[in-house]
Design a protein around this ligand. Structure first.
Ligand code: TRP
Length: 344
């Protein structure tokens, strides 16, 4: 039995247009966890500035992401919803973790390698240390479970390594300060089923991304119904009809992506979707998918706009969430300071 109270933490960066990948891979999955766990959902604005953000855009993206959280059904009465930069302790714990984690660990991160490309000497130091801040987000609240997409699995493993190394390096002091041996939990990922990683509508080998130059490659949460339908209709596919079992999607990346999106939107399994559409071509499947996508996204879109019409109210919600997160954060950081040997 773990001594840790089950607690969920997750975060999304407010850096540009939110797309279907963010929604299906993250936000939509956050909602039901509110009924079974203590949840903390963060807008990670300090992660966003690891690459350049226009200040006005960052402010707007923070409000939009919060509006999307609320419109999707995250409830500030059930969960703590706040933006990272309001709690200084994230930065403080990240510094401690910078002194725990090894340079080699960071160099192995595939997301860093992808983002830095050939230009790795010239990216910000923050981008390199990004996973250390992510570990701080999670461990500041001693979160036991983190719902993330497949692409974040490696960062979560690094979080576990940092927790482990902290627990080991400071074992004596942790005990001397009256804590259980396992001071930080070894956090588990909650990786979900289909479409945890939504792919580009143009190329099924790439993930759906805000940085793809083609607008047609992604559905953004502010797209109107006609645009959503058009993007689905124009999505790249192959000429074969759909198979009647998941096995038949092997090697058919674009088909698998669209079926995965249908499954995630409808809450059905891939096999269930294929039982319905197996044998049919994309001429029949795409309109059904478009209708489903519009029926789920249009009301959310309207709700987001309603929230965004009153930014002060969104700011109140974030401030209130920060007010509830702060005592938890302060408690952990004070314990950490004592364990390390900082005089306070
Ligand atoms: N790195 C995550 C992403 O890009 C965002 C993130 C930051 C996060 N801190 C987190 C996710 C803590 C889960 C838990 O998607």
């Amino acid at each position: 039995m773990s001594q840790f109270k089950p607690r969920v933490f997750s975060g999304i960066q407010p850096s540009g247009d939110l797309h279907l990948g963010n929604y299906l891979g993250a936000i939509k999955r956050f909602v039901p966890l509110q009924d079974t766990h203590d949840c903390i959902y963060c807008v990670v604005d300090m992660h966003a500035i690891t690459v350049w953000q226009e200040p006005e855009d960052l402010r707007q993206s923070t409000l939009e992401l919060t509006a999307a959280y609320l419109a999707a059904g995250l409830d500030p009465k059930k969960s703590i919803i706040f933006n990272q930069s309001q709690i200084k302790e994230h930065a403080e714990l990240a510094w401690v973790f910078n002194c725990i984690a090894r340079v080699g660990w960071m160099q192995r991160m595939t997301q860093f390698k992808d983002k830095a490309g050939k230009n790795s000497e010239n990216v910000s130091l923050g981008l390199f240390a990004y996973p250390s801040l992510m570990a701080a987000d999670i461990l500041l609240y001693k979160a036991t479970h983190v719902p993330v997409g497949d692409d974040q699995k490696q960062h979560l493993e690094l979080t576990r390594d940092i927790a482990q190394k902290f627990n080991n390096d400071f074992a004596k002091s942790i005990k001397a300060n009256g804590h259980d041996e396992e001071f930080f939990p070894i956090t588990e990922p909650l990786i979900a089923g289909p479409a945890t990683l939504v792919k580009s509508l143009r190329d099924g080998s790439k993930k759906m991304s805000k940085s793809d130059p083609s607008d047609m490659s992604r559905i953004v949460l502010t797209d109107d119904s006609d645009t959503i339908a058009k993007k689905i209709k124009k999505a790249t596919t192959d000429p074969e009809p759909l198979p009647s079992e998941a096995k038949g999607l092997e090697g058919r990346l674009e088909a698998a992506n669209l079926v995965g999106i249908y499954a995630a939107l409808s809450g059905k399994g891939v096999d269930e979707v294929l039982a319905e559409f197996g044998g049919q071509g994309f001429g029949a499947f795409k309109p059904a998918l478009a209708e489903l996508a519009v029926s789920e996204l249009a009301p959310m879109n309207a709700e987001m706009r309603r929230y965004l019409a009153d930014p002060a109210e969104i700011e109140n919600i974030l401030r209130d969430g920060a007010g509830r997160a702060r005592p938890l954060a302060v408690q952990t950081i004070d314990q950490v300071r004592d364990i390390i040997g900082f005089v306070r």
